[in-house]
Design a binder for this molecule. Structure first.
Ligand code: C2E
Ligand code: MG
Ligand code: MG
Ligand code: MG
Length: 270
């Protein structure tokens, strides 16, 4: 077909598109075996108290070590897993592994540390609360140590999601709104749901030297403080960002300035 269209641009474009589709198809197929073949693992990034610098918790971040393509970002494979339905098995694996590994960490002396786990909106279906309950019981983790990070886009299925969040709250599990400020239904969520934490998206922290961004971040922090929520700033890379956030009374933060995400063994050694 490329010959019919002629060479150059169209041919070039087709090639790229073809590569993209081929990669996606390969990932989709290979993802199927990723759990059984132990290719998935978690890394943990600490959440720090900005004033004292102390660690207050860890966020579990998923990694896929593909046998031939190497390390693949969750930003690439989570959307594929969401499309195919594989997110259910993967999400359950993440939850079980994170709870078990944090339990292990607590037994090694890191007491009371909160574990944050990202949850896809696609996982917010009937039966989710039961899954979480079973995993918590199975691993023996104190449910009040577990915080689930959801994004504002979860409101695809409002009624079910709301029921699930209330159910999780009854278990004692905490709820964070991730990437706060990038969605569209935040205030409505904050009003109607038992939310514990908001996480201000990195995009705002990146630009905190810009006057408008600073005012927006300040306003988001004030909303959190007024509603008695924990406020976490994401993606702090520079000292000047940290200083600005302290000035605004943001209590918590995470980012490369403190630590990069690392596997559990390295946290146990620390
Ligand atoms: P997120 O939950 O907002 O996680 C924050 C992302 O920012 C992580 O990327 C983290 O490694 C990165 N990060 C942290 N500090 C810094 C910093 O100072 N600078 C920069 N440039 N980046 C920083 P990661 O691990 O690639 O994850 C990307 C996204 O993939 C996550 O965003 C989350 O939405 C999703 N994700 C990760 N793990 C899971 C999972 O287990 N389940 C689901 N459903 N989604 C996950
Ligand atoms: Mg997160
Ligand atoms: Mg986030
Ligand atoms: Mg983010």
């Amino acid at each position: 077909q490329a010959k019919v269209l002629g060479k150059n641009r169209y041919y070039f474009f087709d090639e790229n598109l073809n590569d993209m589709l081929m990669r996606r198809m390969q990932l989709e197929i290979d993802l199927e075996k990723s759990i059984a073949e132990n290719q998935l693992f978690l890394v943990y990034q600490p959440i720090h108290c900005l004033d004292t610098g102390k660690r207050r918790g860890l966020e579990a971040l998923l990694r896929w070590k593909h046998p031939t393509l190497g390390l693949i970002s969750p930003a690439e494979f989570i959307p594929i897993a969401e499309d195919t339905g594989q997110i259910h098995a993967i999400g359950e694996w993440v939850m079980r592994t994170a709870c078990a590994e944090i339990k292990q960490l607590q037994e090694n002396g890191m007491t009371g540390s909160l574990i944050a786990v990202n949850v896809s909106s696609k996982q917010m279906e009937e039966g989710f609360v039961t899954i979480v309950k079973e995993i918590v019981e199975e691993t023996g983790l104190d449910p009040t140590c577990l915080e689930l990070e959801i994004t504002e886009s979860m409101m695809q299925n409002v009624d079910t999601s709301m029921q699930i969040i209330h159910g999780l709250h009854e278990l004692g599990v905490k709820i964070a709104i991730d990437d706060f400020g990038t969605g569209y239904s935040s205030f409505y969520l904050l009003r109607d749901l038992p939310i514990d934490t908001i996480k201000i998206d990195k995009a705002f922290i990146d630009e905190i030297d810009n006057e408008k961004s600073l005012l927006i971040v300040k306003t988001m922090i004030d909303i959190g403080l007024n509603l008695d929520l924990r406020v976490v700033s994401e993606g702090i890379e520079h000292e000047w960002q940290l200083e600005a956030l302290k000035e605004l009374d943001c209590d918590l933060g995470q980012g490369y300035l403190f630590d990069k995400p690392m596997p559990i063994d390295e946290w146990i050694k620390k």
